[in-house]
Design a protein around this ligand. Structure first.
Ligand SMILES: [Zn+2]
Length: 465
């Protein structure tokens, strides 16, 4: 079955096949590790994880890279403002390195809790090896005449790249200075962007390196191009990120990569839409960001959030509310409780239901796939037959259905064991005419939702209404 993905480059669903027969190169923009990821960020990583799973189900091997931004991402996209890492360090009275390692770990923990399988390759921008790669890429751009220098850095001249802004359909002619919040008067055009920034003369930065142009640090966009090219080659199959990456970050990545290599940078660009909260955008700068910890604090299972995210198409805006999350929690709990009552699957490998695969391969239509999934959960097939299908589908959803339902089953089993032991103890107490102890045990059993009825043949258990 053909896999169709909405490609931001062509503005339509295109049939996807990788350049190499069975292997997909995938680059996903990673976190800037100066704070916790908010739920909107996590929505994008869940989407990318689902994409990876869908590619695997389609028989591809996935070679994925996700960068960790630990230098150079400024507080605004217009090449002004403060380095987010240094800002984070000041906020917490720690070094930039300490901030980076703390929030990298926090990100890894979130991913684990959400069943996001992260790639083996997660390069850090501030690693010496990648600083070198970034400097080399800037050198190439300089040799090819795409750069100019100002008092605060080396810039990419966006007017020299013919198709600048094509993917984002930017109206360059009418793009006013200010639309990109540029306070930098030395920039030749509002869409030009920093490749290398000089360290300020008056204060010492925590992270800075020597370069042919002077001591400083790389711009944010250059890291993704340098890492993608270094790890995956000049042309990659799929590049992903959040929709907010499209107009600036990915637009600049394309310009500098293609200017340097003369090759198409990525054949597909996929973008996940925003998560809204109270109909507004969730973001760190908006000051309304919720983290996975905020959900855990309210006793939500992190996978409930994953279930909630799967309920909307990745290209639709999704509005977060506690009410909606609660509904997801109920649906998820109901699912697990259903599955815990089922028998073990009869077969190991189950072919996918055609409709399910069609939905999944139609630009990852998860809401439809979930609906088909629930249809199957409710059919009259034997539970053993259904179970095999459900577990197969969960390879895409990633909701830990097998593990969770097994856990619940074991718990119910343990409760039964416990009650049986209590009953036996009570029987002994009765035989020894220790009625006080027998009554205590009866009370303990009642607390577990069961009634004890004494008969001539011994004690019976009944469900307490
Ligand atoms: Zn990026």
């Amino acid at each position: 079955m053909k896999l169709r993905l909405y490609n931001s480059l062509t503005h339509q669903k295109d049939i996807f096949t990788p350049r190499q027969k069975n292997k997909v190169s995938l680059y996903t923009c990673g976190p800037t590790v100066y704070n916790y990821a908010h739920l909107g960020n996590l929505r994008t990583y869940i989407f990318e994880d689902v994409l990876r799973r869908v590619l695997i189900v389609n028989g591809y091997e996935v070679d994925q890279v996700m960068n960790i931004t630990d230098v150079g991402h400024l507080t605004d996209d217009g090449d002004s403002g403060e380095d987010k890492m240094e800002k984070g360090a000041r906020r917490e009275g720690k070094t930039a390195q300490e901030i980076a390692s703390f929030y990298t770990q926090a990100f890894l923990d979130d991913a684990l809790a959400l069943n996001i399988v992260l790639p083996k390759k997660m390069p850090h921008a501030a690693d010496k090896k990648y600083i070198e790669a970034q400097i080399n890429l800037i050198k190439t751009l300089e040799q090819k005449g795409y750069t100019y220098q100002t008092s605060d850095g080396v810039y990419f001249d966006s007017t020299k790249f013919k198709d600048y802004g094509k993917m984002a359909q930017l109206d360059i002619a009418n793009l006013q200075e200010g639309a990109r919040v540029s306070k930098n008067k030395e920039k030749h055009h509002p869409t030009d962007f920093a490749l290398w920034k000089f360290s300020p003369q008056d204060k010492k930065r925590q992270m800075e390196w020597q370069s042919p142009w002077g001591i400083g640090f790389p711009g944010w966009h250059i890291e993704c191009s340098a890492m993608a090219i270094k790890e995956l080659g000049k042309t990659i199959d799929i590049h992903c990120g959040g929709i907010d990456h499209l107009p600036v970050h990915h637009t600049n990545e394309i310009a500098q990569s293609e200017a340097a290599t003369g090759k198409q940078f990525s054949r597909f660009f996929l973008h996940a839409e925003h998560l809204l909260i109270n109909e507004g955008r969730m973001g760190k700068s908006e000051g309304n960001f919720l983290t996975l910890q905020s959900l855990k604090d309210k006793k939500f299972d992190p996978l409930t959030y994953r279930y909630f995210v799967l309920g909307a198409h990745y290209r639709s805006k999704l509005n977060f509310s506690w009410e909606a999350l609660k509904n997801s929690q109920q649906a998820y709990d109901k699912l697990i409780s259903n599955l815990a009552g089922w028998e073990t699957p009869t077969m190991e490998n189950q072919d996918y239901d055609e409709r399910f695969l069609a939905a999944v391969n139609d630009d990852l239509n998860m809401p439809k796939a979930l609906a088909i999934f629930w249809d199957i959960v409710k059919t009259n097939l034997t539970s053993a037959q259904k179970m095999a299908q459900v577990f197969a589908m969960d390879k895409i959803f990633g909701l830990s259905l097998q593990e969770k339902s097994q856990q619940l089953k074991t718990k119910i089993g343990q409760a039964q064991e416990e009650i049986r032991a209590l009953l036996q103890e009570r029987e002994t107490a009765r035989q020894m005419k220790n009625f006080q102890r027998a009554d205590e045990i009866r009370f303990q059993i009642e607390k577990r939702g069961l009634l004890v009825e004494d008969t001539k043949e011994g004690s019976l258990l009944k469900i307490k209404d």
